[in-house]
Design a protein around this ligand. Structure first.
Ligand SMILES: [Zn+2]
Length: 376
């Protein structure tokens, strides 16, 4: 308990001395010294240089030894796994992507095992120990049991994937819905780390929006929280992967936006979101209109979430970040129009590998979070 209190304070505030820690936590100096000595010995903390000048004994700043331990993150996409090896702050050390033919659990297990083996061969010399592996995919996940309860996109039902992977790689494995894992990484080390209440919006193959409040990613009673893509946008429309009609993501997920553009222009499937962005920047009216409409519509639903959660900021990830302000400016206009109060800032995370880094955070959160599931 005190270990996590101290590690969390240093994660949020940066380097602190033992005296700072005692003042901020209310623990006695002896208790702080006791815990800090342990954390130094285990390699989770390091001592910095003392500040120059002044007389007497200068306080020694203590920082988290982010480079002292490693984590692996694996994000499951349609047909591929994006994998990263990271340090304790989810900063990427190496990355790779592997493809698979069918999304059957056995095929994905073998692909993940091979990818993790290859990543481990890239571990730098004298690097720290592997904390574990985090695996993320869209769906409903029982995090405590390490089971994918259901994933409509991949057709999985009750797959105890974390345990199966653990047997193959002999390291702890955690799994979580991809949007919730993305939110966790933003909370611990990303654009949300300085905010007590924020939203993590992800617009990619699906659309998700997780709420982080007072240090906790809200998963809901069944792990279904954050399914913004499945709010009803129209009463009629194409069928969604969830089996319902009219879900927001059937209109404005990245594949839906790009598809509408290709069909409207009679273009081939080789043109992707980058081509669409380029066309929009060159003045393609259809591309611009589709992005504007998507931004506005997602913005309306986002405003509804903002009106019910009152976040400080909205952090955005997902493949839609490629479109930049072509998408975000119309979204911000909707927020201006529909938010009850002054709308929060919409901040895109443009880092590469943010999905897989989010998965890596699953393996790291145990060090910082008071409540979490154990690895499978
Ligand atoms: Zn749906």
């Amino acid at each position: 308990m005190n270990r996590r209190l101290i590690l969390n304070l240093i994660r949020k505030e940066g380097a602190l001395s033992r005296a700072d820690l005692a003042a901020a936590t209310g623990l006695s100096p002896a208790a702080v010294t006791f815990v800090v000595t342990d954390l130094l010995a285990e390699g989770y903390l390091i001592e910095g240089e003392t500040a120059p000048g002044g007389g007497g004994r200068r306080p020694v700043p203590l920082s988290i030894n982010y480079r002292g331990s490693l984590a692996i993150g694996v994000k499951m996409n349609l047909g591929s796994l994006d994998c990263v090896l990271t340090d304790l702050s989810t900063a990427v050390i190496s990355s790779l992507s592997v493809s698979f033919d069918s999304p059957s659990p056995q095929t994905v297990l073998s692909a993940a095992e091979a990818a993790i083996g290859r990543l481990l061969r890239t571990v730098p010399e004298q690097a720290g120990k592997l904390t574990g592996v985090g695996f993320s995919m869209p769906g409903t996940i029982d995090m405590a049991a390490g089971v994918c309860v259901s994933s409509n996109r991949f057709g999985w039902r009750n797959v105890p994937f974390a345990g199966l992977l653990r047997e193959r790689i002999s390291a702890p494995v955690w799994m979580e819905d991809d949007t919730l894992a993305f939110a966790l990484a933003q909370h611990l080390f990303g654009l949300g780390s300085q905010h007590s209440v924020f939203l993590a919006l992800a617009v990619g193959v699906g659309i998700g929006c997780a709420t982080v409040a007072n240090g906790v990613v809200l998963r809901g009673a069944h792990g279904h929280a954050g399914k913004l893509g499945h709010v009803t946008h129209r009463l009629e429309g194409p069928m969604c992967e969830c089996g319902r009609i009219g879900c927001l993501q059937t209109f404005h997920s990245v594949p839906a936006i790009v598809d509408s553009w290709r069909r409207g222009k009679g273009l081939g499937s080789e043109l992707d979101r980058y081509s669409m962005k380029e066309a929009a920047l060159q003045g393609d009216d259809l591309a611009r209109t589709l992005l504007q409409r998507a931004g506005e519509d997602i913005g309306v639903h986002l405003a509804n979430v903002i009106n019910s959660t009152d976040p400080e900021v909205v952090v955005v990830g997902g493949e839609a970040v490629t479109f930049g302000d072509l998408l975000f400016d119309p979204m911000r206009k909707s927020l201006e129009r529909y938010c009850y109060s002054r709308p929060p800032a919409v901040i895109p995370d443009e880092r590469e590998h943010f999905w897989a880094a989010g998965a890596a955070a699953l393996a790291i959160q145990g060090l910082f979070n008071f409540e979490m599931a154990t690895g499978g």
